[in-house]
Design a binder for this molecule. Structure first.
Ligand code: ATP
Length: 236
């Protein structure tokens, strides 16, 4: 079933930090289900855009609507996974139970299934912060998916993780997308973008430079900046 938070419309989004305009009028419409990957050079505004979408930052100007809702109304249907896992000083299982107390009470087996889905069932009673980076991120994703979000946002969630964890996370993200969750993912990893993306949003200098179906983007990027980025000519 397609996500109820589509289409996502972002119009003239502006954000100023200090004396810098860091989002300089972002216009974007995402109306298709599947996985949208946001790419672009360092400092392009990818993380800030994702944070605005999740209601963590209030833009100075502009509007975001998700389906019929504004961000404040859609927050409980969204989940976000950050580059650095944010876990409590509790066991892996308790981290899930804390995030989903209703499920913990009425269907505790779902928490175990969630751990199994990220290959962490045997770590259930270990302190979450003692897990490896890859394990912590897998736990973060399991926690994010417990609420069965209509929109899943991932910000460089697999950057610098071990290949096995990357594989587990990518498989789960794909499966979740196939079940109807809209996924928006920020990644610098071109391999990952090719593996996962249905469409690409390419950002540069606080704006959307290009939005294309993924197969088209990698074969024939429309803008010089995307072309240079894919060719490895833009390092920062
Ligand atoms: N709190 C802040 N105060 C001032 N400037 C900020 C703040 N947060 C972000 N910026 C600046 O806004 C710009 C966009 O930041 P953002 O983190 O969205 O970039 P990005 O595209 O995600 O980059 P990267 O690929 O390096 O993660 C950057 O130049 C950054 O330095």
């Amino acid at each position: 079933m397609p996500s109820s938070l589509l289409p996502i419309r972002i119009s003239d989004l502006r954000l100023i930090k200090g004396d810098r305009t860091v989002l300089a009028g972002v216009n974007l419409m995402i109306d298709k289900p599947g996985i949208t990957v946001i790419m672009g050079p360092n400092g392009a505004g990818k993380t800030l855009l994702l944070r605005c979408l999740h209601g963590l930052i209030k833009p100075d100007q502009g509007q975001i609507t998700l389906g019929q809702l504004r961000v404040a109304g859609s927050r409980d249907q969204q989940a976000m996974v950050f580059q650095q896992p944010v876990l409590l000083r509790r066991t892996a299982l308790q981290n899930l139970a804390f995030a989903a107390p209703e499920i913990a009470k009425s269907e505790p087996q779902r928490l175990i299934q969630a751990l199994e889905s990220v290959h962490l069932a045997d770590r259930a009673h270990q302190p979450a912060r003692m897990l490896s980076g890859g394990e912590q991120q897998r736990l973060s994703l399991a926690r994010a998916l417990l609420s069965e979000p209509a929109l899943l946002l991932l910000d460089e969630a697999t950057a610098s993780l071990d290949p096995a964890s990357v594989l587990v996370i990518e498989s789960l993200v794909k499966a979740q997308s196939a079940q109807g969750t809209k996924v928006i993912l920020v990644s610098h990893d071109q391999g990952q973008a090719r593996r996962l993306a249905d469409d690409i949003v390419f950002m540069s200098d606080g704006r959307v430079a290009e939005q294309s179906p993924a197969d088209q983007f990698f074969i024939a990027p429309q803008t010089p900046v995307a072309k240079a980025y894919l060719a490895g000519e833009i390092l920062f």
